[in-house]
Design a protein around this ligand. Structure first.
Ligand SMILES: NC(=O)c1ccc[n+]([C@@H]2O[C@H](COP(=O)([O-])OP(=O)(O)OC[C@H]3O[C@@H](n4cnc5c(N)ncnc54)[C@H](O)[C@@H]3O)[C@@H](O)[C@H]2O)c1
Ligand SMILES: O=C(O)C1=N[C@H](C(=O)O)CCC1
Length: 261
Protein backbone atom coordinates (compact mmCIF):
# COMPACT_ATOMS: atom_id res chain seq x y z
CA UNK A 1 0.00 0.00 0.00
CA UNK A 2 1.25 3.49 -0.82
CA UNK A 3 1.08 5.73 2.27
CA UNK A 4 -0.35 9.16 1.49
CA UNK A 5 -0.67 12.48 3.29
CA UNK A 6 -3.09 15.09 1.88
CA UNK A 7 -2.24 18.75 2.48
CA UNK A 8 -5.23 21.07 2.09
CA UNK A 9 -7.60 18.17 2.89
CA UNK A 10 -10.56 20.40 3.78
CA UNK A 11 -10.51 22.37 0.53
CA UNK A 12 -12.41 21.81 -2.71
CA UNK A 13 -9.68 19.66 -4.22
CA UNK A 14 -8.39 18.32 -0.91
CA UNK A 15 -11.80 16.90 -0.01
CA UNK A 16 -12.20 15.21 -3.40
CA UNK A 17 -8.66 13.85 -3.19
CA UNK A 18 -9.05 12.59 0.40
CA UNK A 19 -12.17 10.66 -0.61
CA UNK A 20 -10.37 9.18 -3.64
CA UNK A 21 -7.44 8.04 -1.50
CA UNK A 22 -9.77 6.46 1.08
CA UNK A 23 -11.65 4.60 -1.66
CA UNK A 24 -8.58 3.31 -3.53
CA UNK A 25 -7.28 -0.06 -2.19
CA UNK A 26 -3.77 0.73 -3.45
CA UNK A 27 -3.48 3.72 -1.12
CA UNK A 28 -3.46 4.24 2.66
CA UNK A 29 -4.29 7.68 4.06
CA UNK A 30 -1.80 8.14 6.92
CA UNK A 31 -2.24 11.85 7.62
CA UNK A 32 -4.01 15.03 6.62
CA UNK A 33 -2.81 18.62 6.99
CA UNK A 34 -4.52 21.99 6.95
CA UNK A 35 -3.55 25.13 8.83
CA UNK A 36 -7.27 25.77 9.37
CA UNK A 37 -7.94 22.37 10.96
CA UNK A 38 -8.92 22.15 14.64
CA UNK A 39 -9.49 18.37 14.79
CA UNK A 40 -6.90 15.89 16.12
CA UNK A 41 -8.26 12.98 14.07
CA UNK A 42 -10.21 12.92 10.83
CA UNK A 43 -12.90 10.80 12.55
CA UNK A 44 -14.04 13.93 14.36
CA UNK A 45 -15.50 14.91 10.98
CA UNK A 46 -18.87 13.19 10.44
CA UNK A 47 -18.20 11.85 6.94
CA UNK A 48 -14.97 10.19 8.13
CA UNK A 49 -16.23 8.83 11.48
CA UNK A 50 -15.10 5.27 10.71
CA UNK A 51 -11.55 6.34 9.80
CA UNK A 52 -8.52 6.75 12.07
CA UNK A 53 -6.16 9.31 10.52
CA UNK A 54 -4.22 12.02 12.42
CA UNK A 55 -4.89 15.65 11.56
CA UNK A 56 -2.06 18.21 11.59
CA UNK A 57 -2.35 22.00 11.47
CA UNK A 58 1.31 22.94 11.88
CA UNK A 59 3.94 21.84 9.35
CA UNK A 60 6.67 21.26 11.95
CA UNK A 61 4.40 18.96 14.01
CA UNK A 62 3.85 16.50 11.15
CA UNK A 63 5.53 13.37 12.57
CA UNK A 64 4.12 10.61 10.38
CA UNK A 65 5.97 8.99 7.48
CA UNK A 66 4.18 8.97 4.14
CA UNK A 67 5.45 7.80 0.78
CA UNK A 68 3.57 10.60 -1.02
CA UNK A 69 2.66 14.17 -0.04
CA UNK A 70 -0.32 15.41 -2.08
CA UNK A 71 -0.62 19.19 -2.05
CA UNK A 72 -3.80 21.08 -2.87
CA UNK A 73 -3.28 24.11 -0.63
CA UNK A 74 -2.63 27.73 -1.65
CA UNK A 75 -0.04 29.46 -3.84
CA UNK A 76 1.41 31.22 -0.78
CA UNK A 77 2.17 27.97 1.08
CA UNK A 78 3.02 25.36 -1.53
CA UNK A 79 6.74 26.09 -1.83
CA UNK A 80 7.42 25.64 1.91
CA UNK A 81 5.13 22.59 2.01
CA UNK A 82 6.98 20.87 -0.83
CA UNK A 83 10.41 21.69 0.62
CA UNK A 84 9.25 20.12 3.89
CA UNK A 85 7.92 17.01 2.12
CA UNK A 86 11.17 16.50 0.22
CA UNK A 87 13.20 16.98 3.43
CA UNK A 88 11.17 14.11 4.98
CA UNK A 89 11.60 11.97 1.83
CA UNK A 90 7.90 12.14 0.96
CA UNK A 91 7.37 12.32 -2.83
CA UNK A 92 5.45 15.52 -3.61
CA UNK A 93 2.44 15.22 -5.93
CA UNK A 94 1.52 18.86 -6.28
CA UNK A 95 -1.60 20.33 -7.81
CA UNK A 96 -1.33 23.67 -6.07
CA UNK A 97 -0.50 26.42 -8.55
CA UNK A 98 1.68 29.51 -8.12
CA UNK A 99 5.20 28.05 -8.00
CA UNK A 100 7.70 30.34 -9.76
CA UNK A 101 10.48 29.20 -12.08
CA UNK A 102 12.97 29.88 -9.27
CA UNK A 103 10.87 27.76 -6.90
CA UNK A 104 10.84 24.92 -9.43
CA UNK A 105 14.60 25.13 -9.96
CA UNK A 106 15.24 24.86 -6.21
CA UNK A 107 12.75 22.02 -5.72
CA UNK A 108 14.26 20.06 -8.62
CA UNK A 109 17.69 20.42 -7.02
CA UNK A 110 16.41 19.22 -3.63
CA UNK A 111 14.65 16.23 -5.22
CA UNK A 112 17.80 15.23 -7.08
CA UNK A 113 19.85 15.39 -3.88
CA UNK A 114 17.26 13.19 -2.15
CA UNK A 115 17.02 10.86 -5.20
CA UNK A 116 13.26 11.40 -4.75
CA UNK A 117 10.58 11.41 -7.42
CA UNK A 118 8.00 14.17 -7.46
CA UNK A 119 5.45 15.80 -9.75
CA UNK A 120 4.23 19.35 -10.13
CA UNK A 121 1.13 19.30 -12.34
CA UNK A 122 -0.71 22.52 -13.18
CA UNK A 123 -3.61 20.31 -14.25
CA UNK A 124 -4.35 16.64 -13.53
CA UNK A 125 -7.28 16.52 -15.97
CA UNK A 126 -6.60 14.51 -19.13
CA UNK A 127 -8.63 16.95 -21.23
CA UNK A 128 -6.39 19.80 -20.05
CA UNK A 129 -3.19 17.81 -20.56
CA UNK A 130 -4.30 17.04 -24.12
CA UNK A 131 -5.31 20.67 -24.72
CA UNK A 132 -1.82 21.83 -23.75
CA UNK A 133 -0.19 19.24 -26.00
CA UNK A 134 -2.47 20.10 -28.95
CA UNK A 135 -1.89 23.84 -28.39
CA UNK A 136 1.89 23.39 -28.50
CA UNK A 137 1.63 21.41 -31.74
CA UNK A 138 -0.75 23.97 -33.30
CA UNK A 139 1.46 26.95 -32.43
CA UNK A 140 4.17 25.59 -34.76
CA UNK A 141 1.82 26.42 -37.67
CA UNK A 142 -0.41 29.16 -36.23
CA UNK A 143 1.83 31.27 -33.95
CA UNK A 144 -0.74 33.99 -33.20
CA UNK A 145 -2.59 32.87 -30.08
CA UNK A 146 -4.70 34.15 -27.22
CA UNK A 147 -5.71 32.10 -24.18
CA UNK A 148 -8.98 32.45 -22.28
CA UNK A 149 -9.25 30.57 -19.00
CA UNK A 150 -12.49 30.43 -17.02
CA UNK A 151 -12.74 29.34 -13.39
CA UNK A 152 -15.00 29.50 -10.36
CA UNK A 153 -15.03 32.84 -8.57
CA UNK A 154 -13.32 31.50 -5.42
CA UNK A 155 -9.98 30.97 -7.20
CA UNK A 156 -7.09 32.90 -5.63
CA UNK A 157 -4.62 33.13 -8.52
CA UNK A 158 -4.81 34.52 -12.06
CA UNK A 159 -4.00 33.54 -14.66
CA UNK A 160 -4.51 29.86 -13.96
CA UNK A 161 -1.49 27.61 -13.74
CA UNK A 162 -2.87 25.71 -16.71
CA UNK A 163 -3.06 28.85 -18.87
CA UNK A 164 0.46 29.92 -17.86
CA UNK A 165 1.78 26.43 -18.60
CA UNK A 166 -0.01 26.45 -21.95
CA UNK A 167 1.74 29.74 -22.79
CA UNK A 168 5.12 28.37 -21.66
CA UNK A 169 4.71 25.28 -23.85
CA UNK A 170 3.77 27.47 -26.84
CA UNK A 171 6.73 29.78 -26.16
CA UNK A 172 9.03 26.77 -26.58
CA UNK A 173 7.97 26.36 -30.24
CA UNK A 174 7.62 29.97 -31.43
CA UNK A 175 9.64 33.19 -31.33
CA UNK A 176 8.35 35.96 -29.03
CA UNK A 177 6.21 38.29 -31.13
CA UNK A 178 4.00 41.35 -30.78
CA UNK A 179 0.37 40.38 -31.45
CA UNK A 180 -2.24 42.93 -32.56
CA UNK A 181 -1.58 46.48 -33.77
CA UNK A 182 1.77 47.69 -32.40
CA UNK A 183 0.15 51.11 -31.90
CA UNK A 184 -2.94 49.79 -30.10
CA UNK A 185 -4.08 51.71 -26.98
CA UNK A 186 -6.07 50.33 -24.03
CA UNK A 187 -8.76 52.94 -23.38
CA UNK A 188 -9.66 50.75 -20.40
CA UNK A 189 -6.51 49.41 -18.63
CA UNK A 190 -6.30 45.63 -18.84
CA UNK A 191 -8.57 45.36 -21.86
CA UNK A 192 -6.04 43.29 -23.78
CA UNK A 193 -5.45 40.93 -20.85
CA UNK A 194 -2.15 39.69 -19.41
CA UNK A 195 0.87 39.36 -21.69
CA UNK A 196 3.40 36.47 -21.83
CA UNK A 197 6.05 36.63 -24.59
CA UNK A 198 3.55 38.40 -26.85
CA UNK A 199 0.67 36.03 -26.11
CA UNK A 200 -2.42 37.45 -24.41
CA UNK A 201 -4.05 35.59 -21.49
CA UNK A 202 -7.55 36.44 -20.23
CA UNK A 203 -9.00 35.21 -16.94
CA UNK A 204 -12.73 34.81 -16.34
CA UNK A 205 -14.01 34.23 -12.78
CA UNK A 206 -17.70 33.36 -12.44
CA UNK A 207 -19.94 31.26 -10.18
CA UNK A 208 -21.13 28.10 -11.92
CA UNK A 209 -17.77 27.49 -13.59
CA UNK A 210 -15.24 24.91 -12.36
CA UNK A 211 -12.18 24.89 -14.67
CA UNK A 212 -12.18 25.61 -18.41
CA UNK A 213 -9.73 26.86 -21.01
CA UNK A 214 -9.90 27.93 -24.64
CA UNK A 215 -6.85 28.49 -26.83
CA UNK A 216 -7.62 30.66 -29.86
CA UNK A 217 -5.32 30.62 -32.90
CA UNK A 218 -5.66 33.10 -35.79
CA UNK A 219 -4.18 32.80 -39.27
CA UNK A 220 -4.67 34.14 -42.78
CA UNK A 221 -8.34 33.72 -43.50
CA UNK A 222 -8.75 31.01 -40.86
CA UNK A 223 -8.87 30.33 -37.13
CA UNK A 224 -8.72 27.36 -34.79
CA UNK A 225 -10.07 27.10 -31.21
CA UNK A 226 -9.18 24.29 -28.85
CA UNK A 227 -11.29 24.01 -25.69
CA UNK A 228 -11.36 21.83 -22.58
CA UNK A 229 -13.89 21.78 -19.78
CA UNK A 230 -13.64 20.32 -16.29
CA UNK A 231 -17.24 20.27 -15.05
CA UNK A 232 -16.49 18.36 -11.82
CA UNK A 233 -13.34 17.99 -9.71
CA UNK A 234 -13.67 14.23 -10.12
CA UNK A 235 -12.09 14.88 -13.55
CA UNK A 236 -8.72 15.46 -11.86
CA UNK A 237 -8.76 12.29 -9.78
CA UNK A 238 -7.55 9.69 -12.30
CA UNK A 239 -4.51 11.87 -12.97
CA UNK A 240 -3.82 12.24 -9.24
CA UNK A 241 -4.17 8.48 -8.74
CA UNK A 242 -1.77 7.69 -11.61
CA UNK A 243 0.75 10.15 -10.16
CA UNK A 244 0.54 8.67 -6.64
CA UNK A 245 0.91 5.16 -8.05
CA UNK A 246 3.86 5.90 -10.35
CA UNK A 247 5.89 8.63 -8.63
CA UNK A 248 7.82 6.13 -6.50
CA UNK A 249 9.50 4.80 -9.63
CA UNK A 250 11.16 8.16 -10.37
CA UNK A 251 14.11 9.93 -8.75
CA UNK A 252 13.55 13.48 -9.97
CA UNK A 253 10.93 16.23 -9.86
CA UNK A 254 8.80 16.28 -13.02
CA UNK A 255 6.64 19.15 -14.23
CA UNK A 256 3.49 18.18 -16.12
CA UNK A 257 1.43 14.98 -15.83
CA UNK A 258 2.29 14.13 -19.47
CA UNK A 259 5.80 13.25 -18.27
CA UNK A 260 4.40 10.45 -16.13
CA UNK A 261 1.84 8.95 -18.53
N1 LIG B 1 -3.43 20.73 -10.70
C1 LIG B 1 -4.74 20.58 -10.77
O1 LIG B 1 -5.27 19.71 -11.49
C2 LIG B 1 -5.61 21.48 -9.93
C3 LIG B 1 -6.99 21.32 -9.95
C4 LIG B 1 -7.76 22.16 -9.11
C5 LIG B 1 -7.12 23.10 -8.30
N2 LIG B 1 -5.77 23.23 -8.35
C6 LIG B 1 -5.05 24.16 -7.49
O2 LIG B 1 -5.08 23.62 -6.18
C7 LIG B 1 -5.08 24.66 -5.22
C8 LIG B 1 -6.25 24.48 -4.28
O3 LIG B 1 -7.44 24.68 -4.99
P1 LIG B 1 -8.83 24.52 -4.18
O4 LIG B 1 -9.91 24.98 -5.10
O5 LIG B 1 -8.89 23.18 -3.56
O6 LIG B 1 -8.64 25.62 -3.04
P2 LIG B 1 -9.35 25.70 -1.59
O7 LIG B 1 -9.18 27.10 -1.12
O8 LIG B 1 -10.71 25.10 -1.67
O9 LIG B 1 -8.48 24.71 -0.68
C9 LIG B 1 -7.21 25.06 -0.17
C10 LIG B 1 -7.12 24.44 1.22
O10 LIG B 1 -5.79 24.59 1.70
C11 LIG B 1 -5.85 24.99 3.09
N3 LIG B 1 -4.59 25.68 3.40
C12 LIG B 1 -4.34 27.01 3.29
N4 LIG B 1 -3.06 27.25 3.65
C13 LIG B 1 -2.52 26.05 3.97
C14 LIG B 1 -1.23 25.63 4.41
N5 LIG B 1 -0.24 26.52 4.61
N6 LIG B 1 -1.00 24.30 4.60
C15 LIG B 1 -2.00 23.40 4.45
N7 LIG B 1 -3.26 23.73 4.04
C16 LIG B 1 -3.49 25.04 3.81
C17 LIG B 1 -7.09 25.86 3.19
O11 LIG B 1 -7.57 25.88 4.50
C18 LIG B 1 -8.05 25.14 2.24
O12 LIG B 1 -8.81 24.16 2.92
C19 LIG B 1 -5.09 25.96 -6.01
O13 LIG B 1 -3.77 26.42 -6.16
C20 LIG B 1 -5.62 25.54 -7.38
O14 LIG B 1 -5.15 26.35 -8.44
C21 LIG B 1 -5.01 22.44 -9.14
O1 LIG C 1 -9.87 25.30 -9.52
C1 LIG C 1 -8.71 25.73 -9.68
O2 LIG C 1 -8.18 26.64 -8.99
C2 LIG C 1 -7.86 25.11 -10.73
N1 LIG C 1 -6.60 25.45 -10.77
C3 LIG C 1 -5.63 24.91 -11.66
C4 LIG C 1 -5.03 26.03 -12.48
O3 LIG C 1 -4.81 27.12 -11.87
O4 LIG C 1 -4.75 25.79 -13.67
C5 LIG C 1 -6.15 23.75 -12.48
C6 LIG C 1 -7.55 23.88 -12.87
C7 LIG C 1 -8.45 24.14 -11.69
Amino acid sequence: MIKVLVAGFKGRMGTTTTNMILENPLFELVGVYSTSATEKNINEIAEYKSENVPVFNELEKINIKADVWIDFTIPGAVFENVKFAISKHMSPVVGTTGLTEDNLTELKKLSKLEKLGGLIAPNFGISAVLLMQFAQQTAKYLPDVEIIEMHHDKKLDAPSGTALNTAKLIAKVRQPKVQGNPNERETLPGARGAEFEGMRIHSVRLPGYVAHEQVLFGGNGEALTIRQDSFDRISFMSGVAVAVEKIGTREELLVGLENLL
